[in-house]
Design a protein around this ligand. Sequence first.
Ligand code: ATP
Length: 220
Amino acid sequence: MARKQYAIIGIGRFGSSIARTLSEMGFDVLAIDSDEHRVQEVSHIVTQAVVADSTDEEALRAIGLRNFDVVVVAIGEDIQSSILTTLILKEMEIPTVLVKAQNDLHAKVVQRIGADKVIFPERDMGVRVAHHLTSPNVLDYIELSDDYSIVEMKASDSMIGRNLIELNIRARYRCNVMAIKRDNHMNIAPAPEEQLQANDIVVIVGQKHDLIKLEMDMED
Ligand code: ATP
């Protein structure tokens, strides 16, 4: 199967971080920005970097964007350009269009016109940092929906040496231990008798308010 072709429109901090990471992973990346300096800055990192205004449909067609599988619209402040760009991309029948949203209204509009995924990097990172600040054992926090999340936390002193039956997380917090990461090995079906060790990382899924209670209780 041919490798997916990625294009990133808007090479600010967010767009350039995606472009750089995909390139480092060995993918072909096309970077587009209306600002020549931004394009120059990434030109040595990505496969191709082009100066273009993404609200200009003809310009996007001339670049050959319609052959791309995934396009990320990482235009931040200029919401109108972000919306228009998304519309053009979906009319060009790009299979997957991801849009960085500035606010809920922006998200709603791009979803309505066919964006396949909307991301809020600043808001999501803010949520993660808040969880890490209040519970330093929390290494990562991913929102699955309005109600459910996954938390990745370092086994606290109150967890070490106890097994999953003793911890009784399912009954006490209505949360599920999905996996235990130990020495770079991920056990995705931990046995109830599994005893947690120092430096284990526990991956737990549950309702947000239950997870917060668990995070607080388990804090050292
Ligand atoms: P970040 O937080 O990721 O740095 P930001 O939210 O500040 O980004 P902007 O700087 O507003 O976002 O936009 C990101 C990039 O998108 C900029 O480099 C800007 O030149 C580019 N951009 C804005 N409008 C267009 C457009 N119509 N066509 C192409 N690029 C555009």
